[in-house]
Ligand binder design. Sequence first.
Ligand code: ATP
Length: 322
Amino acid sequence: MKTIGVLTSGGDAPGMNAAIRAVVRTACENGIKVFGINEGYKGLIEGNLQELNIRSVSDIIHRGGTMLHSARCREFQEEAGMQKALETCGNKEYGIEGIVVIGGDGSFRGARDLSLRGIPCIGIPGTIDNDIVSSDYTIGYDTCLNTVMQMVDRVRDTVESHSRCIVVEVMGNKCGDLTLNAGIAVGATAIVIPEIQSDIEKHVIERIKRTQTTDKKHFIVMVAEGIGGVEELARKIEKECKVESRAVILGHVQRGGSPTVRDRVVASQMGYKAVQLLMQGIGNRVVVQKDDHIIDYDIYEALSMDRKVNSELYKIAHEISI
Ligand code: ATP
């Protein structure tokens, strides 16, 4: 393989830059030309590419976001859009023979479709949500967890001073990992995630009332984005538990910031591995972390895996949050 492309697609995540850097440098060190494809699949369709060299990726390892920008592109999901993307790859100016796709499950479906049409692609899990079933870990997750913890710690200071309750909505799509882990880290009284079904109001209100009997005066309730309804829940808590309550939606602040050590290291390992696979002519694979090892799966296999919630962790959170 003489020339490859790299793109970031779907939601941005801290650590994507570290992955781009690893891809570019591994390729360059092995005599492979690299094109950075701007704005994900949209840039591939539009021919929005730039050649990258070892120095093009200097001073990005510590930056959040993605130097290649990201996008969601419906056109790519239609055959006409796909054909345009293939034309870009085949264009004499580029001659792209393989692509590293950094993104989530949707982006991997696109990588699978391109692989089937003769452009071998390797997926790298990059999303703050940790919702890629095939991988124990996704790039951006650790940075995001720490951001959520720091934000809630700040709100806690004021909540404590005023003996209030805050109901925090945490991003994470349909996956409760961010909410559960950050919930433990901030000492939340109640944690609500989509994977564990319950009568939400009853569960939260019962827990607050129970801690009130132990003289607790301020409360943190963490609710996953996939559940929603934080304003309404705050009103209900105020009425039933007689404690002034506020809803806080963290939103996009969760996506930003300098990546943590973990995100930088995993991103570097995954970027390296992805290029190694392409160098062997292997495509239609996704690079994942399993039991502290970086391995790869077939994209079909990866996309069909079932998700398991860490119920042991949920149980611990429940027992120690009193
Ligand atoms: P995040 O987890 O941050 O949402 P994602 O990669 O899952 O990331 P999506 O918006 O689902 O984000 O997908 C990103 C892009 O991948 C889409 O805009 C589209 O171009 C492409 N894509 C998504 N689903 C498919 C599919 N089924 N077939 C082909 N391409 C797809």
